[in-house]
Design a protein around this ligand. Structure first.
Ligand code: ADP
Length: 532
């Protein structure tokens, strides 16, 4: 009886299955996007797919039969530095499984390039750290700002209180008034600095270059810094080149820088110290060095002091009433002049030096072309002025001033009232607040300009917004001048007086405007410096 043969015919079929399974397996790993390596138990590469050739930067012939050199531990995912790669180091994630390969027990390692992900992760981590630092600085800054803004308020309130109690004593009244004025200027200066920083970071500061003598610039800066230097009993030594040196700079901005450096030297030096200002012509550059024998700067802080809101010592006792924006502003302003501002210090307690380097203009005769402030022009012919401000205290105080200048002044507090009052009171000048309830200043100006019966009217904006786009918006709405609060009274007085010589008031010629706004900026800056 024939028994069925054992399993003879089945063997080739099973083999064929295994073979075709292996072939499929090979195809899969060959086409895998990850690098695939088969490594023997003793670390020799038995197989590499195309992706592995690319990752390892080696041809298959250079890989097969060679040691991989990196331990392959089954079941673990590890990050490895890819061997043999050229240029920047690359990282891969490696997973290893144990398997059979051509009848041998081997390890199958998959390699995935994660260099780009790693780089992004590193960048992200760095950004997070930077943001955290910026956030921390901002918090410190806000605390400091609140403190600094509150500082001038107490003396103002006190002075007002004294005036209320002893308003009949002219001498006392006068000195209280001086206190209020000085403190308000300090507040205005803080706000100006803040705005400057924001404009600089947005690239919105434009220099108004003029020829000026180095000597004039230094003298003005010293005049502005003198009160602080004197208050701390410092000795100031100045060395200037013998020959006249001409600069082609924005005198207000550069003065702001030098004053800042002098004030810092005064602030960060113990009373009775020495401050030196040394200016030298070096080729086609001028170098101004401001040196003190004060508290100095630790080496690790030397570059940092130029960072926004950076203060070496945050305790209020040591910050000397600053916001940590002075040097940021100063360096940016110097960069706008194609110059550099650097600092050197031998360390804490060993004084500091700040070195300002800017290109010089050619050498000229002494006495030439240093701009001077336009003298006051008096009040001019009395005018009818309509004053529009919803802040009654501000309106009333300005009304008194304008009346003292000899003008007739009427006050209204709202936009609609203003439009009506223009028709009835027929002013020659409207002093118009922009932020008004209901109808804002822009709309009032447009409405007034649209009225064919209103001619020869000068409209002056009084606003808290001093950015270039705010000015542009005001001019587009029909304003002739744009003054930032608190108003510089000298500039307002000059604008009013100049109307007597203007052929068509209300025409708002760009030129007249430019002159006035420049004067405003100038007077603004001069005022700022005067509060030390
Ligand atoms: P502020 O003086 O308002 O704090 P600045 O930007 O002008 O801000 O200066 C930043 C910091 O640099 C100061 O807080 C101070 O720590 C340091 N610094 C500036 N000038 C000097 C100086 N001449 N000597 C020592 N430290 C200085």
């Amino acid at each position: 009886m024939e028994r069925p043969g054992p399993t003879k015919p089945e063997v080739p079929a099973a083999l064929a299955d295994i073979k075709s399974g292996e072939a499929r397996f090979r195809r899969i790993i060959e086409n895998n996007a990850d690098g695939m390596l088969v490594v023997s138990g003793d670390g020799v590469i038995l197989y590499a797919n195309e992706a592995a050739e690319r990752l390892l930067n080696r041809r298959r012939s250079e890989l097969l039969g060679h040691a991989f050199g990196i331990p392959t531990l089954a079941g673990e995912t590890t990050e490895i530095d890819l061997p043999w790669c050229e240029g920047a180091p690359r990282t891969a994630e490696m997973r290893v499984v144990e398997t059979e390969w051509e009848g041998r027990h081997v390890r199958l390692a998959s390699l995935r390039d994660i260099s780009d992900r790693k780089r992004l992760e590193d960048e992200l981590r760095q950004k997070i750290a930077e943001l955290a630092l910026a956030d921390q600085r901002k918090d410190q800054f806000l605390a400091m700002l609140a403190h600094e803004l509150r500082n001038p308020l107490a003396p103002i309130l006190n002075a007002v209180h004294v005036m209320r109690l002893r308003g009949d004593d002219p001498e006392l009244r006068e000195s209280m008034r001086d206190i209020v004025e000085e403190q308000v200027r300090c507040l205005a200066r803080l706000v100006d600095d803040l705005l400057d920083v924001s404009r600089i970071t947005q690239g919105k500061i434009q220099l108004r270059r003029e020829p000026i003598l180095l000597r004039t610039l230094v003298k003005r800066s010293i005049d502005a810094a003198r009160s602080l230097l004197q208050a701390k009993g410092h000795r100031l030594e100045v060395t200037l080149p013998d020959e006249p040196v001409k600069l082609w700079v924005d005198p207000i901005r550069l003065e702001q820088v030098v004053v800042n450096l002098l004030n810092n030297a005064a602030k960060y030096t113990d009373p009775g110290g020495r401050v030196e200002l040394e200016a030298e012509l070096e080729g086609d550059h001028v170098e101004i060095r401001i040196r003190d024998n004060g508290i100095g700067i630790a080496p690790e802080m030397v570059e940092q002091v130029f960072g926004l809101f950076t203060q070496v010592d945050h305790s209020l006792a040591r910050t000397q009433g600053g916001l940590g924006i002075g040097l940021t502003l100063a360096r940016n302003l110097v960069h706008l002049h194609e110059g550099t501002l650097t600092t050197q210090s031998k360390g804490l307690g060993r004084g500091s030096q700040f070195t300002l380097r800017i290109p010089s203009a050619r050498v000229i005769d002494e006495g030439a072309g240093a701009p001077t402030r336009t003298p006051s022009v008096g009040h001019g012919r009395p005018k009818r002025i309509l004053l529009v401000d919803d802040n009654t205290a501000a309106a009333e105080s300005l009304r008194l001033i304008v009346k003292l200048w000899g003008h007739e002044c009427r006050v209204v507090h709202g936009g609609l009232e203003a439009v009506e009052a223009v028709g009835i009171f027929r002013p020659e000048v409207v002093l118009l607040d922009i932020g008004l309830p209901g109808m804002d200043g822009y709309t009032v100006a447009k409405a007034v300009r649209a009225n064919p019966h209103v001619q020869a009217l000068t409209i002056i904006a009084m606003t808290g917004y001093g950015r270039d786009e705010d000015r542009a918006r005001a001019y587009a709405a029909g304003f002739d001048h744009h003054l930032v609060k608190p108003l510089d009274l000298e500039v307002l007085e000059r604008i009013l007086a100049q109307l007597d010589h203007q052929a068509t008031p209300g025409s708002g010629t760009g030129e007249a405007r430019a002159v006035n706004d420049h004067q405003a900026a100038r007077a603004d800056a001069l005022d700022r410096e005067s509060c030390g």
